[in-house]
Structure formats: C-alpha cells, structure tokens
Design a protein around this ligand. Sequence first.
Ligand SMILES: Cc1cc2nc3c(=O)[nH]c(=O)nc-3n(C[C@H](O)[C@H](O)[C@H](O)COP(=O)(O)OP(=O)(O)OC[C@H]3O[C@@H](n4cnc5c(N)ncnc54)[C@H](O)[C@@H]3O)c2cc1C
Ligand code: SF4
Length: 464
Amino acid sequence: MRQRMKMPERLPNERNKDFLQVNIGYTRKQMLEEAKRCLQCKKPFCVEGCPVEINIPKFIKELSDDNPAQAIKIIKQKNNLPAVCGRVCPQESQCEKYCILSRKGESVGIGNLERYSADWAAANAQKKTSPSDINKNGIKIAIIGSGPAGLTAAGDLANMGYEVTVFESLHDIGGVLRYGIPEFRLPLDVLEIEIGNLKSMGIEFILNTLVGRTKTVKELFEEDFKSIFIGTGAGLPVFLGIEGENLNHIYSANEFLVRVNLMRAFDFPNYDTPVYKGKNIVIIGGGNTAMDSARTALRLGASSVKLVYRRTENEMPARKEERLHAQEEGIEFITLTNPVKFIGDEKGFVKAVECIKMELGEPDESGRRRPKKVEGSNFGIEADMAILALGLNPNPVLPSLTEGLNTDSHGYLIIDDNYMTSIPGVFAGGDIVGGDTVIQAMGMGKQAAKRINEYLKNLHPTNN
Ligand SMILES: Cc1cc2nc3c(=O)[nH]c(=O)nc-3n(C[C@H](O)[C@H](O)[C@H](O)COP(=O)(O)OP(=O)(O)OC[C@H]3O[C@@H](n4cnc5c(N)ncnc54)[C@H](O)[C@@H]3O)c2cc1C
Ligand code: SF4
C-alpha cells in the first residue's frame, strides 16, 4: 500500500515566531498522488464518519481526474465552509477514522484533499452564488450567533430561498473561527472568503447586537421573523476554584485568545488592545484551546511555555496534529499533574504555580481513567503568567434573558428531535446544545435548517 502523502509544513523554529500558516497545503502533484490512493469503495465508510455527509469518494474521484472545479462543487453541496473544515476538523476521529485504508495502514488524507479543493476554488475565483440565482420566498428567518452553526444554518436557509439575517454580539463574524482559532491554523483571509460567499448569497449580518439584551427573541418575532435559529456557542470559561486564581497575569484562554485574535493585541499599539507578554508561562488544560493558547503565547515571545495536564498525553482531547505541532515548536508537556494553588508576589502578580502529581485510577463516566492525587508530591513551577484552558460552558446570556427557553442543569439548551427548543419556532444547534467541534456545529446547523424549512412549510402550506 502506498504511503499517505504528508502535508507540507513550515519548519518549527521558523513558524513558532510568527502567525503565518503552519501547514502549506498539497501541491497539485501531491494532491493527485493522494487522491489516487482512494479505493472508491462501493460502501464508503468514510461518509458515515462525516457529520455533514459529504460524498467523499465522488469528490476524490474528481480530484484524481485533476478536476478540482467539480470536486469543490460536490463538497459544497453539503459544506459551506470547506476551507475551514479542511484545516481544523478532527478528521482522524471522523471520516479518516472510518476510511478502509486505516485498517491496514494510513487513511486517505481526506481533510487535506478537501482543503486543496477549497483553496483551488479561492485561487481560481469560482463564480459565487448571487441572490438572483435563488428563488426568494420572502419569509424572514433570524440566526443568532455567527459561528459555524449559525453560518451553516444561514447558508442552507438562504439557498432554500429564505430572507436570512444573522445577529452577532461581537463586532465581527465567525465565532470561534475568528476569535478562538489562531491565524497560524486558520488564516483570516481564508475565513473572509467563506464569509464573503455567504454574503454574496444575500445573507444580511447585523453586528454588535447581543440578542437577549439589545433585542429580545419576542421582538424578533414582532419584526416578522417567522423562525429563529440559536447558535450562540460556548463562551463561558471554566475556572479551577483554587487559591490565587484571581492574581494578576492569570487569564482564561478565552480572554487571552479574544484579545490576541479578535482584538489584534499582538500588534499593540497599532491596535489599542494590550495583552501581557509573559516570559515563563504555564498553560493548564489539554484541549485544542490549550494548544492554541500555548502556541500563541510562544509566538508573542515567551521564553518557556509549559502545558500542565492532569491525565497523560493519550487522553488529551486536542487534535493529534496540534499536539505534535505544539511539541515540535517547543511547548513542554507536563502530564499527570494538576495545579493546587497560584502563588503571588507582594504586588499581587502571579510568580509560581504549585502543582501536585496525579495517577490514573478507574475509568469515569467519560470512559477515561480518572486522575487521582499522589499525596505529598507537591512541587512548584515558576511562572509570570498563567492561562486557564479548562473548557467552556454554554453561553448563558440568551437563555437567562429569554422567558420560556429551557436549559438542562449544565446550561445547554434543550431541543427535541426536530432541533426545536421549548419555544415554538425557535431552533438551536452547535455548542449551545452540547456540540464540541466545528463540523458537529455545522452538522447541527444543517439539520436545524432542514427542520425549520419543514416547520415553515407546515405553517404556510401555500408556499410549498
Ligand atoms: C480556541 C479553540 C480552538 C478550537 N479548535 C477546534 C478545532 O481545531 N477543530 C474543531 O473542530 N473545533 C475546535 N474548537 C471548537 C469549535 O470551535 C466549536 O465547537 C465551534 O466553534 C462551535 O460553533 P458554534 O457555532 O456553536 O459557536 P461559536 O463558534 O462559539 O459561535 C457562537 C457565536 O455566537 C455569538 N453570540 C453568543 N451569544 C450571542 C447573543 N446573545 N446574541 C448574538 N450573538 C451571540 C458569539 O459571539 C459567537 O460569535 C475550538 C474551540 C476553541 C475555543
Ligand atoms: S473509505 Fe477511504 S478508500 Fe474508501 S472511499 Fe472513503 S476515502 Fe476512499
């Protein structure tokens, strides 16, 4: 079996100093070689592992015939954000995990081929859908939140002919794709192109509007929006609840990444957003957010970045590629370790993190072995900055301000099998209902768009 074509990437010691893209992308020759590895299975398991059900063998066949224009058309039937997904999807636990070739060797590089197709389309200025290509039905739909869930629902509904308006609380579009994931993984111009495609379909974006406070769900219905989709994501940081957590220069990953990515703090004073640039930095956590925070901190000029995680590297939720890239770039992983206390100086600034060693016990409800303290194993790590990347909880603003919108005990919106919340006509998807990847959010946005269409067709049978 031929080996998988490796994604070309920049050298670690060069890339860890700037925010330019780490992965360079396949050349045409590499794309052709990789596409030809696909066996064109009659029963393609890869598709079963794709939350938006892209016809993977079909688009790869077009690529192997050197026809990227057709490949991107096939991908776009199911996916409005292929350049994003080709860069950040955890393919190793989705489509590629199910690829038949992974049973005996390495799966086809499905994500890399998706990225090639999307980048080819961007470079070759594919004709955009324009509003006049779509038969409009005059029915207004509001989308709350412009992350991947909201953008996908918006794109699909606009394609069906609805008049779609997206409300976003921040001053820019994209959700975590813009404010969380750094540019060395997902360049802004790539995101802008995909957002531009949605705008060209006639979708309206209204920014700086916190629905719940600036305007309510009730008011949206009064403004004649016939249905609403909520994709407000998970923006509430989790804290450790230990001594010293409020010391200066301890950030939540969310605040740190929003400052650097959305508010361009790395370019202070050109941008008016300061961020402290530590020298010895400790990051706590083992997910994508932790890797992004660590790699961003390093790029801002830290001399040492240590990532503290309470289980082993095998249990880390971050994508394998991101873990590898982080280590190659010089991030030190300190596993089986948990912080117990932050120690400050006389002025209230963090100067060290006291940690304790952990060992793995019996599996917990997540199936992963539960970490237990090794009593008496405390030790200190010097740090003039710490970043907490412990996960995010559902964004509470809209549910807490909207009467009748039910959540579960963890704050996730409750939806039925039709993606409808407890308020008739209000649907939801993405992290606010418990997703945790871009493609899951998109899959839910897609399903919800379908159900909104069915719901409105039942309400307005004359539009059928
Ligand atoms: C740092 C980081 C790195 C990640 N890396 C990856 C990765 O590599 N691969 C992957 O698959 N997943 C990754 N994820 C997870 C992934 O980004 C999320 O699962 C996904 O973005 C969820 O999409 P969403 O549309 O539900 O919400 P979000 O992307 O969070 O978007 C929600 C939007 O709603 C807006 N909003 C919230 N409340 C309101 C309101 N009341 N009114 C108006 N607007 C509102 C927010 O401002 C935001 O723009 C990462 C997450 C983080 C934080
Ligand atoms: S399972 Fe793998 S080899 Fe088979 S069609 Fe899908 S990508 Fe190709």
